[in-house]
Design a protein around this ligand. Structure first.
Ligand code: NDP
Ligand code: HSE
Length: 427
């Protein structure tokens, strides 16, 4: 006979794109969720800015602007208001009251994760955040649990749907950056202020979270190297495609010597790499682990119902733990690897140069690469405005050496302009 438990009280903070879908699913699937968990959920209330606003499918009686009373009445608090404050204050209040917390807030977890996890651990509470990286895609639990017995060496992900949509449109239609951004805005992918997406801040928060889980170490978001996509040109995309590559904004987290490097920047990847096939606003995370080998997690990285699915998964886990008791899953940072600067990586590079079309130019440019120990893999030349356009692909080289090459090229008399420098990753 099944034990009868009292209902589990859930406070929902936020009824926007994600919160409204969480509320809807909790109401629509109430019976089935109760059967899966072994106890009913009682939606204790929903925190919003404006409780008088009509919200289809959500009973008006559940809406409140009284955060404190709602949070203190709950066993589980779901934070979906976004931003750092007051979200942090509410999460702390919930943990301090003994509630478990579920959040989709990558900015909060990336900036304050360690102190929030410590607080949760001290209080025997849990902090779940599956939806914070790549929306509906299960990636937090696989890194935290399924791969906890393996050694992850590298995680490479397309973790921002807006920028993937923009780059995809630039590639498939030849649109320039501003045209593709306008289309992303019109379709509702990009926000009114798209800075966090296009400048790579959103992806950097997600990279910090992925790196800390993959390498069991604290990774402050300020240590994540970040470049956005605003300087990617239609010409760069075309040059890449002709050479057999796609341009993607990747979050790359890898072990380097005695530490780790986490970085976000536009990257060339071969067209036959699984990440090159990720189109539109989709996300994917490619994980390389010592025993498991290569794994790819793919799906919707955003969207109300999609992200709500990840929240509901966390809700079922939190409820089961609540019923069973015990300390649950602690976050592990035992490896304590240092987050190192991007200068510590080694990778391949594609450099595009506008040069004068004269005898000896190629030799002079090749000598710059040689001087700094950077080996050239291929060089191709096409006619450029007032000279020639050279595209140089290097073998693996250190970022430090490459920076020296680029700075020498900038002062070389034969070089009119260093048009682009882009890192290249592969399998
Ligand atoms: P929205 O902006 O759509 O919704 C925010 C909700 O929170 C609104 O209902 C708003 O109330 C309420 N709210 C905001 N601030 C306060 C406050 N100070 N006090 C009370 N209520 C407040 O956000 P999303 O649903 O898009 O995102 C929620 C979280 O999920 C964010 O952390 C986001 O990064 C994350 N996320 C979102 C994804 C997505 O696809 N949208 C994907 C993955 C993660 P009101 O309605 O009255 O204004
Ligand atoms: N702005 C984010 C994106 C939403 O475009 O992917 C999901 O975190």
């Amino acid at each position: 006979m099944q034990t009868a438990y009292r209902a589990i009280r859930v406070a929902l903070l936020g009824a926007g794109s994600v919160g409204s879908n969480v509320a809807r699913l909790m109401i629509e699937n109430k019976q089935e969720l109760a059967q899966r968990v072994g106890a009913e959920f009682e939606l204790a209330g929903i925190l919003v800015n404006d409780p008088t606003k009509n919200r289809p499918g959500i009973p008006q009686s559940l809406l409140t602007s009284d955060a404190k009373n709602l949070i203190l009445s709950a066993d589980i608090v779901i934070e979906l208001i976004g931003g750092i404050q007051p979200a942090k204050e509410y999460v702390e209040l919930a943990l301090n009251s003994g509630a478990d917390v579920i959040t989709a807030n990558k900015a909060l977890i990336a900036a304050h994760g360690p102190e929030l996890f410590e607080l949760a651990e001290q209080l025997g509470a849990q902090l779940y955040f599956e939806a914070a990286v790549a929306g509906a895609i299960p990636i937090i639990r696989p890194l935290r649990e399924s791969l906890a017995g393996d050694k992850v060496n590298r995680v490479m992900g397309i973790v921002n749907g807006t920028t993937n949509f923009i780059l995809d449109r630039m590639e498939s239609t030849g649109a320039d950056f501003n045209e593709a951004l306008a289309e992303a805005t019109a379709l509702g992918y990009a926000e009114a202020d798209p800075t966090a997406d296009i400048e790579g801040y959103d992806a950097a928060s997600k990279a910090a979270i992925l790196a800390s889980l993959a390498f069991h170490s604290e990774v402050p978001v300020e240590k994540v190297y970040r470049e956005g996509i605003t300087s990617v040109t239609a010409m760069q995309m075309e040059t890449a495609r002709q050479a057999g590559y796609a341009v993607k904004l990747l979050a790359i987290c890898e072990r380097v010597d005695d530490g780790l490097v986490a970085r976000v920047h536009p990257t060339l990847i071969p067209l036959n790499h699984p990440l090159a096939a990720v189109r539109g606003a989709y996300n994917a995370v490619f994980v390389e682990a010592e025993s498991a080998g290569q794994l790819m997690f793919y799906g919707a990285g955003a969207g109300g119902p999609q992200t709500a699915s990840a929240i509901l998964g966390d809700l079922v886990s939190a409820a089961k733990r609540h019923l069973a008791g015990g300390p649950g899953l602690a976050d592990s940072v035992h490896a304590n690897l240092e987050a190192l600067p991007v200068q510590r990586i080694q990778t391949r590079y594609q450099i595009t140069l506008q040069v004068s079309d004269e005898p000896g130019v190629l030799a002079s440019i090749a000598s710059v690469f040689a001087e700094h120990g950077v080996s050239v893999e291929t060089v191709s030349q096409s006619a450029g405005a007032g000279g020639a356009l050279l595209t140089v692909m290097t073998h693996r080289a250190s970022e430090q050496a490459l920076e020296q090459v680029v700075s020498s090229l900038r002062t070389n008399n034969s070089v009119q302009q260093v048009s682009s420098v882009i890192r290249v990753e592969g399998m």
